[in-house]
Design a protein. Structure first.
Length: 134
């Protein structure tokens, strides 16, 4: 499926990341400190995300901010995205070094022969796990 530039707008993940940090830190000031950036820069980036998504994501709450319902949905997805992103380097390293384990599970058919169950490639009877077939 092909999209023209007018049909498809790529989400700016940096803006999403700043939004995610703001929620995790409970406000723009703490997020700015964590990211070593100016509060105004982070605020502008989150506003750009809101503009791109077409919904307000944050609302004032005391001395900090809280997510709106749209912000809660965005935060939940951002949490998934950035949690997966944190595991990516380890998964790539394991795949590159051959340290990825693979588990295969199969089933064989069993049939009764002279009153006892035995493993068989074909035949009538119950299907059971390959491991532990008498």
């Amino acid at each position: 499926m092909r999209f023209s530039r007018s049909e498809f707008h790529m989400l700016n993940y940096r803006h999403l990341y700043y939004f995610w940090v703001v929620i995790k830190e409970g406000g723009f000031a703490r997020a700015a400190e964590r990211l070593d950036m100016a509060v105004q820069t982070i605020s502008a980036q989150v506003r750009e995300l809101e503009k791109q998504l077409g919904h307000q994501l944050l609302k004032p709450a005391g001395r900090g901010v809280a997510p709106t319902p749209a912000g809660q949905a965005a935060f939940a997805r951002a949490e998934e995205i950035f949690t997966l992103g944190q595991s990516l380097p380890d998964e790539v390293r394991e795949a590159a070094t051959g340290r990825v384990a693979q588990l295969s599970v199969g089933f064989v058919r069993r049939h009764l022969q002279a009153g006892r169950a035995c493993a068989a490639g074909a035949g009538a009877g119950d299907a059971g796990p390959a491991a532990g077939v008498p």
